[in-house]
Write a protein that binds this ligand. Structure first.
Ligand code: EAX
Length: 329
């Protein structure tokens, strides 16, 4: 009799533990897409996000990170995938985002940010939040801004020390009207191209050059197809962590808050990592044979400045946003 009572009791206890545990509850699986190699900061940040979400939900939410373009050959495909519900989350540059929310393109104006402190103050402040919230209209949830970095020009023809050196050269830019117009202000030809096509286009000299942060140039070993690197820092490139709005809204309110909170924490974590590695990566690129030049940024800003008037005329509501960014200390 005692044995039967003990067996019944442990059976009930076992069942209640089983029913109560996340293992029994259906684990929510999510896909997070990036285009960059696994060791690139986007993925270091994305994996950290997945780990913290798993811990905070006691294993109820399992986010798998798919680096290197496994879920699509371009970042625009990731954004469309989140709208269709085939992808849940992604880390992308702002280039293709402009096609989904024009206000985000403000951040792509040349020499808009003074330094990293200014970047953090703007992106983590009300201006950054508003630009992320504008993505709702595109059925995307902007969670936070990870970092791609300040962009620099590379090319295979000659050192680029002043705008005149760009004459007659052809550069790839992201699919972004502000970037295209800015590079054309230098007197160069500019062609929009999805990142997946760039390495081969450089190798076969369809294009002479491109522009990206040091971390991307280093991760993709562009030294193999580009001889010259000019540290222009002409655009700051944020990397929004975005989510399918429908998937975000399917989360219970406390988990929505958790996603927002952890996304902001991981943004700071990823920015720190990408900034810490930059000087070492520049040394590597030099050691790998790249001719790296420091340039006078002011002459490049003067050359590119006309794009401000051009885009403010097209988007008058950018003016107050630009003022607020410039006034942010
Ligand atoms: O987001 O397309 C680009 O140049 C981006 O910097 C790259 O895809 C990383």
């Amino acid at each position: 009799m005692k044995g039967m009572i003990f067996t019944a009791f442990s059976l009930i206890l076992g069942l209640s533990l089983l029913v109560g545990s996340p293992a029994h509850a259906r684990i929510m699986k999510m896909k997070l897409a990036t285009l960059t190699p696994p060791h690139h900061a986007y993925n270091v940040g994305a994996r950290e996000f997945a780990t913290r979400i798993k811990d905070a939900t006691k294993g109820a939410i399992d986010i798998r990170v798919y680096p290197g373009g496994q879920l699509g050959k371009g970042e625009r495909e990731f954004l469309e995938g989140m709208q269709m519900g085939t992808i849940d989350l992604a880390v992308t540059a702002t280039g293709p985002v402009s096609g989904f929310s024009q206000s985000m393109m403000v951040l792509d104006l040349p020499f808009l940010f003074r330094d990293y402190h200014h970047v953090d103050a703007v992106l983590d402040g009300p201006v950054g939040r508003k630009l992320l919230d504008d993505l709702d209209r595109a059925r995307l949830k902007g969670l936070s801004f990870l970092e791609n970095g300040f962009r620099n020009f590379t090319n295979s023809a000659r050192p680029l020390l002043k705008p005149e050196d760009f004459r007659g050269l052809k550069f790839r830019t992201m699919e972004n009207p502000v970037h295209l117009a800015s590079v054309r202000e230098l007197g160069a030809q500019a062609v929009p191209m999805s990142w997946g096509e760039v390495y081969t286009s450089l190798q076969t000299k369809v294009i002479d050059g491109q522009e990206n942060p040091v971390a991307i140039i280093h991760s993709y070993k562009l030294n193999e197809v580009q001889k010259y690197l000019s540290l222009t820092g002409h655009f700051y490139s944020p990397a929004p962590l975005t989510m399918s709005l429908r998937r975000f809204k399917s989360l219970k309110p406390e988990w929505q808050e958790l996603f927002m909170k952890i996304a902001v924490e991981v943004a700071a974590y990823e920015r720190k990592i990408i900034r810490e590695h930059e000087q070492r990566q520049i040394r590597d690129l030099k050691a790998w044979g790249m001719d790296v030049r420091i340039v006078d940024k002011a002459i490049f800003f003067t050359a590119m400045k006309p794009v401000y008037a051009k885009f403010i005329k097209q988007y008058p509501d950018w003016n107050p946003i630009i003022r607020r960014i410039e006034d942010t200390k």
